[in-house]
Design a protein around this ligand. Structure first.
Ligand code: CMC
Length: 428
C-alpha cells in the first residue's frame, strides 16, 4: 500500500482516494468507498480501466508485450518447462523441485479417468454437437459425480477438485472428439506425458498401438503452456465471478468454458481458421482486408488484435516459431498456410492495422498448427479450454483464499423507464 492518494473534485466537495501499488505495473485508485462517500458509481463497461481483484499469478504489460507467470517470462517457460511444471507453478507460486514435480505429476495421473457413467452422459448429445457444448455440459456435470471435492471452505477439497479438473480435461476433450466421429472412447494411459496421453486419446484407437510423435508432442506442450493462464481475461473473470457466490469449482469452470467459446475470446482460433478457409486463395485477401477496414461491415480479421497487447502478443511470437517448426518438420503443405502467411504480411504492412496496433494474436498461429496436426476445427477451442483450466483453477483458488473476497456484484447506469403504474391489458 502506498501512502499516496488522489483528490477527486466532486459535486459537494473534494474526496481523497488511496492509491495502491502493485509489485510492477500501473497503480490503482482504491474507489471502494466512492459510493458510500459520494453516492456515485464509476462507469466502465468492458472493464478497460478497472482492476477487479488483486492477483499474484500472472502479469501482462501490453505495451511492452510482456507476459510473466509468477514472474517467469512465457517464452522461457515455453522453451524449457513441461506443462506439469507450469501447472504446479501457477497453482503453488514456485517452480517445483524434482521430487515435488514428480509427486504432482503422479497425483495428476491418478485422476485422469472419468466416472464410467459419464460415458452414458455423452450419449445424450447429438453426434454433431460442438465439442464446446459437450465440454460445458460434461464439466458442469462433474459436480454431480465428485461430491467429495465440492466443499469450497476446505482447502484440501479445493486442491483435489483442481487436480481432478486438470487431469480429466484431456479425457473429456478427447472423448468429445471420439463421440463426434463415432469411435470408441480411449481410456487414458498414465505412462505417457500429459500431452502424449491426450494425443493418444484423440488420435489413437483401441485396436492398434499408438506411437506419440515427439514433434507433435512438443508442439502441443507449447500450445498448452502458451494458453495456461492470461490474467483477468473474460473467461477467468467469469470463473471468479461464478466462484464469488460460493458455487462449486466444476460449475465455475463450466461457466468459464461457456465464456471462452465466443469468437472474440477462445473461439477465435476456430474462427480464424474458418476465415482462412473462406478466403481460400491469396488473390481474395485484399477483398477481406477491405471488409475488415469498412466501418459499415461487422467483419473483423479473426486472430488479429487484442484488448491488452498493443505492441505484439508474446505468445504469438512463440506460437509462430512453433508453427514454422511443425510445418517444416512434418513437411506439410496446405493452401490455408499460404493464405495465412500472405494475410499476416499484408496486414502487418497496412496503415489501418499499424495505426490501430492490430497484430496477429496467439489464436492466429495456434489454428494453423492445430490444423496441421490434424485436429478438426471444432476442437480448437476445446483445446484452449483444456489448457486454460489450470489458470482458471489457480485464479479460483486464489480468490477463495483471499480474506477480502466478496461476491462480485457490479452496479449499472440505469437508462430505462422511470417508475410508472401498471396498465391493464385492455387499456394498452
Ligand atoms: N479486425 C479489424 N479491425 C479490428 C480488429 C480486427 N480483428 N480488432 C479490432 N479492430 C478495430 C476495431 O474496429 C476498432 O476500430 P475503431 O477504433 O475504428 O472503432 C479498434 O480496432 C479497436 O477495437 P476494439 O473492439 O475497441 O478493441 P477491443 O480491445 O475491445 O477488442 C478484440 C479486442 C480481441 C476482441 C478484437 O481485437 C477482436 O475482435 N479481434 C478478433 C477476435 C480475436 O482474434 N480474438 C482473440 C483474442 S486473443 C485470445 C483470447 O483472448 O482469447
Amino acid at each position: 500500500m502506498s501512502d499516496k492518494s488522489v483528490k477527486m473534485e466532486m459535486p459537494g466537495g473534494a474526496h481523497d482516494f488511496p492509491v495502491i501499488d502493485g509489485t510492477v505495473g500501473p497503480q490503482v485508485i482504491d474507489i471502494r468507498k466512492l459510493y458510500s462517500e459520494t453516492g456515485m458509481f464509476t462507469f466502465d463497461p468492458g472493464y478497460t480501466s478497472t482492476a477487479s481483484c488483486q492477483s499474484a499469478i500472472t502479469y501482462i504489460d501490453g505495451e511492452q508485450g510482456i507476459l510473466l507467470h509468477r514472474g517467469y517470462p512465457i517464452d522461457q517457460l515455453a522453451q524449457h518447462s513441461t506443462f506439469m511444471e507450469v501447472c504446479y507453478l501457477l497453482l503453488h507460486g514456485e517452480l517445483p523441485a524434482a521430487q515435488k514435480l514428480h509427486d504432482f505429476t503422479y497425483t495428476i495421473s491418478r485422476h485422469t479417468m472419468l466416472h464410467e457413467q459419464l460415458a452414458t452422459f455423452y450419449r445424450g448429445f447429438r453426434r454433431d454437437a460442438h465439442p464446446m457444448a459437450i465440454m460445458c455440459g460434461v464439466v458442469g456435470a462433474l459436480s454431480a459425480f465428485y461430491h467429495d471435492s465440492t466443499d469450497i471452505t476446505d482447502p484440501e477439497q479445493r486442491m483435489i477438485a483442481s487436480h481432478r479438473l486438470i487431469a480429466k480435461m484431456p479425457t473429456i476433450a478427447a472423448s468429445a472428439h471420439k463421440y463426434s466421429i463415432g469411435q470408441p472412447f480411449m481410456y487414458p494411459d498414465n505412462s505417457l506425458s500429459y500431452t502424449g496421453n491426450f494425443l493418444r486419446m484423440t488420435f489413437g484407437v483401441p485396436a492398434e498401438p499408438y506411437e506419440v510423435n515427439p514433434i507433435i508432442e512438443r508442439a502441443m506442450r507449447r500450445i498448452f503452456i502458451l494458453h495456461a493462464d492470461h490474467e483477468q481475461n473474460a473467461s477467468t473473470s467469469t470463473v471468479r465471478l461464478a466462484g464469488s457466490s460460493g458455487a462449486n469449482p466444476f460449475a465455475c469452470i463450466a461457466a468459464g468454458i461457456a465464456c471462452l467459446w465466443g469468437p472474440a475470446h477462445g473461439g477465435a482460433n476456430e474462427a480464424a481458421l474458418n476465415m482462412l478457409r473462406e478466403i481460400g486463395t491469396t488473390k481474395r485477401i485484399p477483398e477481406y482486408i477491405a471488409r475488415a477496414k469498412d466501418k459499415d461491415d461487422p467483419f473483423r480479421l479473426m486472430g488479429f488484435g487484442h484488448r491488452v497487447y498493443k505492441n505484439f502478443d508474446p505468445r504469438a511470437k512463440v506460437m509462430k516459431a512453433t508453427a514454422d517448426e511443425v510445418l517444416k518438420e512434418l513437411n506439410i503443405t496446405d493452401p490455408v498456410l499460404d493464405v495465412a502467411k500472405e494475410l499476416e504480411h499484408i496486414a502487418l504492412n497496412d496503415p489501418y492495422f499499424i495505426d490501430k496496433k492490430l497484430y496477429p494474436n496467439v489464436d492466429f498461429y495456434s489454428g494453423v498448427i492445430l490444423n496441421a496436426i490434424g485436429f478438426p476445427t471444432e476442437m480448437f477451442t476445446a483445446l484452449f479450454a483444456l489448457a486454460r483450466t489450470v489458470g482458471w483453477v489457480a485464479q479460483w483458488n486464489e480468490m477463495i483464499s483471499d480474506p477480502e473476497q466478496k461476491i462480485g456484484r457490479p452496479r449499472q447506469l440505469y437508462t430505462g423507464a422511470t417508475q410508472r403504474d401498471y396498465v391493464p391489458v385492455s387499456k394498452r
